[in-house]
Design a protein around this ligand. Structure first.
Ligand SMILES: [Cu+2]
Length: 260
């Protein structure tokens, strides 16, 4: 009987590992990466994944073994021990080393994506962002600077729910919130950034494939959080220019075209 229970418990790590191994075939794994820094984020994920997997399997196997070993003798009394300096050193040192490994492994990636001194400095830069993306309960809007290239002036162009950007270009945008904390999350870009009220946060990415990608709010922000979905549309450069021209036309027309 004790063997049965031990084996039943062992089923947990076995099924857990099986689920991970076959997740990709079932479509439960990551969406395709379309961002230049995506592979470096994924590498960090797999490093942490490996650490967690080894710890998980190790502890589950130990648990099963202990169940088997100590389940038989009924008159066994528990042995109470208090304070084992060596043991405590070991279980403090191992996680500390693992944390240090993660801390050093992520430094380059973090610097590349988040450090402002590493930001792209091409057509779009921190001084000249492509747009301002504004989150509010419960929508997204992209505000493009218009002809003067400056955001916050009369010729700004506002596009609700959809952020359109050119493909294969370093795109820098400013992220803001009108009310509470939101988070700009595009899984295919491996990009997640909180939007904080009162702050203007520069963000960059380079999307390598044209397409329409879900923009999800990743911070519980109120009753409508679940439906706070927008889109990022990645298009060719000519399409992007056309989009801006159309938006300008739409934004500053008086609506007469439709009436006539
Ligand atoms: Cu939100």
């Amino acid at each position: 009987m004790r063997l049965l229970y031990a084996l039943l418990l062992l089923l947990v790590p076995v099924l857990g590992v099986y689920t991970f191994v076959t997740a990709d075939q079932h479509g439960w794994w990551f969406p395709d990466n379309v961002s230049t820094y995506g592979p470096s984020i994924d590498r960090l994920f797999y490093l942490i994944q490996a650490m967690v997997a080894i710890t998980f399997i190790g502890t589950e196997v130990l648990l099963a073994w202990f169940m088997y070993k100590y389940s038989k003798r009924r008159d066994d009394r528990g042995v109470f021990s208090h304070g084992n300096h060596k043991l405590e050193m070991v279980w403090t040192a191992i996680p500390a080393v693992l944390l240090l490994v993660i801390a050093f492994a992520q430094m380059g990636t973090w610097a590349e994506i988040k450090f402002q001194k590493g930001f792209p400095d091409g057509e779009f830069s921190m001084d000249r962002p492509i747009a301002e993306v504004v989150a509010s309960q419960f929508d997204w809007r992209a505000i493009y600077p218009g002809e003067d290239g400056v955001i916050g002036t009369m010729d700004d162009l506002e596009n609700p729910f959809e952020f359109v950007v050119p493909v294969d270009e370093d795109v820098v945008f400013n992220l803001r919130s009108r009310d509470v904390i939101h988070a700009f999350f595009v899984p295919q870009f491996r990009l997640k950034q909180d939007a904080l009220p009162g702050h203007t946060i520069p963000v960059w990415f380079n999307a390598t494939e044209e397409g329409v990608y879900d923009l999800i709010c990743a911070e519980l922000c109120g009753w409508g959080h679940y439906k706070m979905a927008g889109r990022v549309r990645v298009v060719s450069r000519p399409e992007y220019d056309q989009f801006l021209a159309d938006l300008d036309q739409e934004w500053f027309s008086n609506g007469m075209e439709e009436v006539q």
